[in-house]
Design a protein around this ligand. Sequence first.
Ligand code: GLN
Length: 281
Amino acid sequence: MNPLNSVTGLLRAAERSLRGFESARLDGELLLLELLDTGREWLYAHGEHEVAEATARDFFALVSRRLDGIPVAYLTGRREFWSLELLVSRHTLIPRPETEAVVEAALERLRDRRSARVLDLGTGSGAIALALARERPDWRIVASDISAEALGIAQRNVDHIGVRNVELAQSDWFAALANRRFDLIVCNPPYVDTRDRALTEGEIRFEPRLALDGGHGGLQAINAVAGAAPRHLVSSGILVLEHGADQGDAVRRLFGHCGFTAVETLRDSAGLDRVSCGRWE
Ligand code: GLN
């Protein structure tokens, strides 16, 4: 008997070790669940349950990797987004709650459009494409990425979530989509300023630089995507783009220069400017 190996004992110990992390308690729970193959409710109801010695060792090994700063999603290999359980790897950005604002904006702007053709540019794990596919089985969605490894993860997500309306394509932005036009283009591009120390010092240093680094000023990918999008939108097609909380003004101006109308910026669940939309005439 080793009461320190009880569910409660392990979670307390993890919370203590991880006290520098904002989500110490939750992180511990997610890591333990990974080893116990059960649900969170079970943990709460079985605080006295003692886990095997080997499981306790594995648990502390995970906690120690978390202490190094590795995000929980990379330790467990999954992350929830739009109530879907998505597989993630070091080759994909970890889906963020703020990106759900992209999904909401797209659903809202195309509410009445049946059988829309949609492009999710730079899909990563497939998060936005899969959320839209789930909500709108009548839409046909192309999910593209430059990274073959990311597309491998996106394919596994398409298979395990079981949607039939997502087609994957390897493409450097629009390069491999030359003659295709869409009713909607959604994109969460890299938009962190290349000089931002978070890229090398923050927890995001574990995520693919390709998915985060938006060059000097952070707007290079956004410029490229907004500039080329008109050639890939049908008349009245919609562009929905995620960006940084302080980039709303710049992105609205850019959309205007590129010829988009009905341009507006929407806030994420934290109340920050996060998503801009425009219509191509
Ligand atoms: N929101 C992310 C972050 O600041 C950035 C995501 C992105 O560049 N697409 O960590």
